[in-house]
Structure formats: structure tokens, C-alpha cells
Design a protein around this ligand. Sequence first.
Ligand SMILES: N[C@@H](CCC[C@H](N)C(=O)O)C(=O)O
Length: 303
Amino acid sequence: MRFTKAHATGNDFVMINDAAGQLHLPAQQAAQLCDRHLGIGADGLIRAVPAHRTEDGRTALTRAELTSTDEAPVWFMDYRNADGTAAEMCGNGVRAFAHFLVAERLAELTEGDSLPVLTRAGLRTVQRVPEGYAVGMGIWSFIDPQMASESASDSLVQARGLTDPRPALSISMGNPHTVVALPDAQTLQQLDLHAAPTVEPVPPQGTNVEFVVPADPLVEGGVGRIQMRVHERGVGETLSCGTGTCAAAAAVRVWVGADAVNTWQVAVPGGEVTVTFASRSDGAEDVTLAGPAVLVYSGELTA
Ligand SMILES: N[C@@H](CCC[C@H](N)C(=O)O)C(=O)O
């Protein structure tokens, strides 16, 4: 089986082209391929398959009222975490996915065009931009809207390196996130994320946990800036999490009342991404995530 290794701001993936839709990848095999000692090693595995050739893709297709045929496939991003579990969405993964589809000549994406990608969270769109790719991520939402509007926090998070549990806000980007603000960069650096942080109460589907520190000043030249580290559900600490950067920027906007600030630079250990917000007429906000994507190498699995 041929594979390509990719990363997007250091969040790394094993990419597999399954144009024929014939690959059965049980969770255990996906986990083994992602194992850094026993397999290729990655934060996640992404199978590219025409939407109409998978059960998951067909379900999502029906929801999105799309058509996908062999002649004009809509590509489904079958994303698995390093432990083999399926996740709804991966913001860094979608950029790597678009780059992979183009490199494999499975899709074309010229400047100004937009490529639809089907995920378990629904349809996303990808465009080429100078820094790499920009993904239309859909809207963000509170996981518990009532709690959030009352107090801007809905849970407490404890992690190694923190003296006390800290208030947190859970936000959905299609997948679940719990965002915690820290007072300074030193506290962020000193966190030990080898062990999963505890979240109380934990959102129903589990959660990814983002720790954020605002820059000083928070907003410069109309752009908000934050630093972030993340512990991902089904993975552990990663160098970056695209959906996590969107959730983190959304939470900081809520906390500081900066909803007039629509562009955010989020620095993560693996690089930097840009998150932008645009209001819809119904009051919801569309999120766009822009950043690089890199294909590192390709190989053949013999066993
Ligand atoms: N790294 C991803 C998110 C991957 C899924 C996540 N671990 C989950 O289980 O929700 C990103 O870039 O968004």
C-alpha cells in the first residue's frame, strides 16, 4: 500500500489514496500505522475516497444534497486519530488533504477556484492562498449555549503544571474543543501535556483541550494574537490543531468582547495560522482557517 506523509504546521498525517474505495481500514490498523515506533508514525491517518464509495461519505452526501460520481467525485476525508478513532473534522488535515488530492492528480485547484471536501462534520471548501490553503470551516458554536452565555465558562480544566483547576469554555468546530486561558507564556511553556488534562464536566463526545495566552497587546493593527498548546482527543499533545486554533480564537473573542476583531494570528509550537470570522445574517459566524500544508515523502508499506 502506497502512502504519503504530510504535515500542516507540524500536525502530521499518513495520507492514503483509496480512489477505488476498496480499502477496509479497521481502527486497530489505523492506530498501528500512526504508531511512531511500530508504524509510519503520525498524529492521524487520512484516507482519500470518493464520497459515493463509502457509507460515511454517502450519509454525509445525502445531508449535503450533493452528487458524487466516478467522473466527478466529491472527495471524502476519512480522518482517524492516532488511536484509530474517527473524528468529525481536522482543520490542518483538510489543508494537507487538498494538497495531497492535487499532487495525486485526483483533483484540480487553481487560484480563485474552490474545492469541496466532504468531512464527517459536513462539506468544507478549500482555496489556494499565498500562505498555502484557506478552508471554509463552517460556523463555530457553544457546546452548551446556556452555560456559556451565563458565565463565559462551562467547565473546569486541570493539567500538570497548573496549581488550580481553571475555568474553560467548550466550543464546537464540528468536533469538540475546550479552551482554557492562562495568565502568561511561562505557565503555557511549563505545562506537561504528556497526561491528558481533566475536564469537568467533559462534553458528551469527549474533547480536545486548548491552552491559550493572549499576546500583549492582544490586538495590534486590527489583528488579534494568541499563543496556544493543545492536547488532542485520541492523540495526545500535538504541534498544532487547526480546529483548535479556530475554537481558541472564538473563545478569546467571547472573553474579551472583541467581536469587532475578525482576524486572529494563532501561534502554535509547529508554526502559525490565521483564523478569520465573518458574520452571517442569522447572527452565526463563519470561520476561515488559513495556513501551510506540506507533503514530506511517499513510501510503500510492504507488510
Ligand atoms: N488536528 C486536527 C483535529 C483532529 C481531530 C481531533 N483530535 C478530534 O478528535 O476531534 C485539526 O487540525 O483540527
